[in-house]
Design a protein around this ligand. Structure first.
Ligand code: F6P
Length: 362
């Protein structure tokens, strides 16, 4: 009989509860193990906080729920933890406490559900002797070594639905509608929702855009009789030769605050070349919330089960992943080496161009 802990770290995303449920069910029903839920990411292993036991009744009804029943935290990096010393915040390595706490609690292994940040922490803890397996999570879909992460599909649905809604009002008012979506350094959400929602222009960080090209594309549409245009801008998009407007990590505040985001930036710039009414929608955290899609519920559940199987086989340091339609695993180390970005010459960008979508270049 084993005792395993599960935690969810970094930004939340739809499908986290499906993973938790998958872990709890497969650990208890098939194996008779004990599961504890570590609250608020790695924070839950600090300062004598006690994880809560998770039984079958605790995961009942959580499958359709967004967020995470365990809570999460962006600041809880035990290798660089903000601690108040004489009124000042000092980043301190408190990983010893985490390692000790895991031992004290008698936890045999931890399932760490997170994006690249949380998985890097998990890997470091692994090196310090904590048996860990990883489950990839992010709406940005920027994790290497898995075809897709859960949460991405739901975020896409939200963004596509928003684009459908913006279309009708854009058309009625003959306006340019700019919608800014999340994605951090990657343009996946912008590109796929833009294709699915019938955007006219898609701006992604992987292809620094030229304002003139965007103006020409919109002007061209107007000449051909379309009096409105829909622009999807990934939050990390930036002008060619310019500085990256957004370099937003959870713990960074950058020029984005000053400029009011890339959506507003593009709107401001477009007024210099187009005489059209422009409105900006920043979709923001709506993309992270809500009930997970069917795809994310199923993938999250399968990832949870896969994580338990990894622990059973003592394949610590591995991350569960999706290859094609099969659940596999890879060393966490390989997955966090670099981010998975859109290939500017790849099929998805080519598809957008074939559909007549401007991607920020002539
Ligand atoms: O990584 C997920 C994500 O939603 C990014 O798309 C976005 O840049 C960031 O997190 C937002 O973080 P926060 O919730 O701290 O504002």
């Amino acid at each position: 009989k084993r005792k395993i802990g599960i935690l969810t770290g970094g930004g939340d995303c739809p499908g986290l509860n499906a993973v938790i449920r998958g872990v709890v069910k497969s650990a208890i029903i098939g194996r008779g193990w004990e599961v504890v839920g570590i609250e608020d990411g790695f924070d839950g292993l600090l300062y004598d906080r006690t994880p809560r036991p998770l039984g079958l009744e605790d995961v009942r009804g959580i499958l359709p729920r967004g967020g995470t029943i365990l809570g999460t935290s962006n600041r809880g990096n035990p290798f660089s933890y903000p601690i108040e010393v004489n009124g000042k915040t000092v980043l301190t390595d408190v990983s010893d406490r985490v390692v000790e706490r895991v031992k004290d609690l008698g936890i045999d292994a931890i399932v760490a559900v997170g994006g690249d940040g949380s998985l890097k922490i998990a890997l470091e803890l692994m090196k310090r002797g904590v048996p860990v397996v990883g489950v990839p999570k992010t709406i940005d879909n920027d994790l290497m070594e898995t075809d897709v992460t859960f949460g991405y599909n739901t975020a896409l649905e939200t963004a596509t639905d928003a684009l459908d809604k913006l279309h009708s009002t854009a058309e009625s008012h003959h306006r340019i509608m700019i919608m800014e979506v999340m994605g951090r350094y990657a343009g996946w959400i912008a590109l796929e929702s833009g294709i699915s929602g019938g955007a006219d222009v898609i701006l992604i960080p992987e292809i620094p855009f030229e304002l003139k090209a965007v103006c020409n594309a919109i002007e061209g549409r107007r000449r051909r009789g379309s009096k409105f245009s829909i622009v999807v801008a990934a939050e990390g998009a930036f002008p060619r030769g310019g500085t990256r407007v957004v370099q937003k990590k959870a713990d960074e505040t950058m020029a984005i605050e000053r400029l009011g985001g890339i959506g507003n930036f593009v709107a401001h710039e477009l007024t210099s070349c187009l005489d059209m009414d422009i409105r900006v929608t920043v979709l923001g955290h709506l993309q992270r919330g809500g009930s997970p899609s069917t795809f994310d519920r199923c993938l999250g559940s399968r990832f949870g089960i896969g994580a338990v199987e990894l622990i059973e086989r003592e394949q610590y340091g591995e991350m569960i992943c999706l290859k094609g339609r099969a659940i596999r695993s890879v060393p966490i180390e390989k997955a966090v080496r670099k981010l998975k970005l859109v290939d500017p010459r790849g099929q998805m960008v080519t598809a957008a161009k074939e559909l007549g979508i401007n991607v920020g270049r002539e």
